[in-house]
Design a protein around this ligand. Structure first.
Ligand SMILES: [Mg+2]
Length: 158
């Protein structure tokens, strides 16, 4: 069985995403996942290349984070990247998007979600109408429930 994802693109890591292209597409805001997208699951700091990429991205777009991660990890993201970060967001449910949309005046058509998981990030994008860019996980370590959804992803999408 194979499912096709619409409205989506794939890059190895965040730093491979061409910002010029996003600008030309009319993208105004980036919503970025935390675990294994901004920070490896097993490390409590943002790698330097990702930090630099986010600094550059902030000059061009509204950048914020919506993640199912724990509050202390979102706090690290806030401190190191100086962006708003929503934790325990219950992705793929859309509630955190509704809050962020209102607070930061975002539009789905000009917002891209960047994340490493199909069952949280891609579904969240599908439920909210956001464009989706998938990146490969920064670390092979995952939470236990993520191990299961990755196994399911492989079954369904490869
Ligand atoms: Mg993730």
């Amino acid at each position: 069985m194979s499912l096709k994802l619409h409205n989506s693109a794939h890059f190895k890591t965040l730093t491979d995403i061409p910002m010029e292209l996003l600008e030309r597409m009319g993208v105004k805001a980036l919503v970025v996942d935390v675990d294994n997208t901004l920070m490896p699951y097993d490390k409590d700091e943002v790698p330097a290349p990702i930090k630099e990429w986010i600094e550059e991205a902030k000059k061009r777009f509204i950048v914020l984070s919506i993640a199912n991660t724990r509050p202390y990890r979102a706090k690290i993201v806030k401190q190191e990247l100086h962006i708003p970060a929503f934790s325990l967001s219950l992705k793929p449910l859309p509630f955190a998007w509704w809050r962020a949309k209102k607070k930061y005046h975002l539009e789905p058509a000009t917002t891209v979600l960047i994340g490493d998981q199909l069952f949280t990030d891609a579904l969240f994008a599908a439920f909210t109408g956001l464009k989706f860019i998938r990146v490969e996980p920064l670390s092979h370590k995952d939470a236990l429930h993520t191990k299961f959804t990755r196994w399911l992803e492989k079954k369904l999408f490869s």
